[in-house]
Write a protein that binds this ligand. Sequence first.
Ligand code: ATP
Ligand code: FE
Length: 365
Amino acid sequence: RIILGIESSCDDSCASVVTSDKRILSSIVTRQDHSHTHGIHPLVAALNHHSNIPTTIASALAHANLTHTDIDAVAVTQGPGMNSSLGVGLTAAKTLAALLDKPIIYVHHMQAHALTPLLTEQIPPRFPFLTLLVSGGHTLLVLARGVSEFQILATTTDDSIGDAFDKVARDLAIPWAHAPGAALESFCAQSSDAAQPDALSFPVPQKGKTSFSYSGLKSAVTRHVQHQGGPSAMTDEQRRQVAQAFQAAACAQLEDKLAMALRPTTATTGAASRRVPPRIDMGVDPLSIKSVVCSGGVAANAFLRTRLRTALDGIDRRDVQLSFPPLALCTDNAAMIAFAGHLLWHQRTNDYTRNSRAKWSVEDI
Ligand code: ATP
Ligand code: FE
């Protein structure tokens, strides 16, 4: 079976062809350049989708060496995201499916991010697994009980981690092309001999709590940079120290929550008075969870990848398999949408009237 996937929830226009035996025949991402504006303007993003979606879909079919008659269904992102952006991909998908008289499969964007390792891992994660969804719009710790059954264990009380990476990269005037967050990561990695590791640190908010928070960390960085007279008054090494301290504090929240969920309950405590570490109750025995999936744009971060592994080892959970999608499938793409379409084949429909859902919890799929 062959599914064409279409994704346009944010600013990337994406189309992909994936087979039911998990072969990605093509995955085209047409990016927009927002480096000269402060973030993404919804109207500009939508206009660019209008320009880019038709040729992106045509390239996906051409790269797969297929024509439109070869596809068995169209899968498309219905939400969450920006309505004006989602609508462009949806209209394209619905028109194609209606014309070809093929079924359409409506997909939840975060569900697709969470399920990506089932497409890419040699040994796919088994349900129930824990998933950290870290992206431009979300910071979630979720228990995936089944393909469409998700339970949110922790979310952010304010900004997302991806948003914080983007803001800090701008505060520090780190040049970027596609994603400020990715540029911040590379900037951190370019340490010189003069580097003093851990010379600076930011507090890790929400330690021991069942939620994330990134606005305080963002403001702490902004204040620090202002105090130094702005990025142009700082040396590269000073800016790098701030970037590294931010990255460490941002990732520490994820490590903390992961440990709270997965720490074995039967800790061998000699002294009864010893403080029991706070935990997140998942409703299942932590030891029954053998897989952790980390996906979404921020999962591309190599520092985060190492830190999560260390955190799992630190709570004696070497038995847990940690999966990250390959870099190109961490950020937005349509291969994850087409693949979700295969997993949701039973939900295919000839209803070409459904509209976008800008706000849509992963618990309400
Ligand atoms: P959502 O998936 O929540 O709807 P989105 O689709 O806009 O949001 P993604 O494309 O999944 O988000 O992720 C984009 C985010 O990932 C941006 O904030 C970007 O800066 C961040 N990001 C990308 N690469 C890295 C990296 N290497 N390190 C940290 N952050 C990164
Ligand atoms: Fe995304």
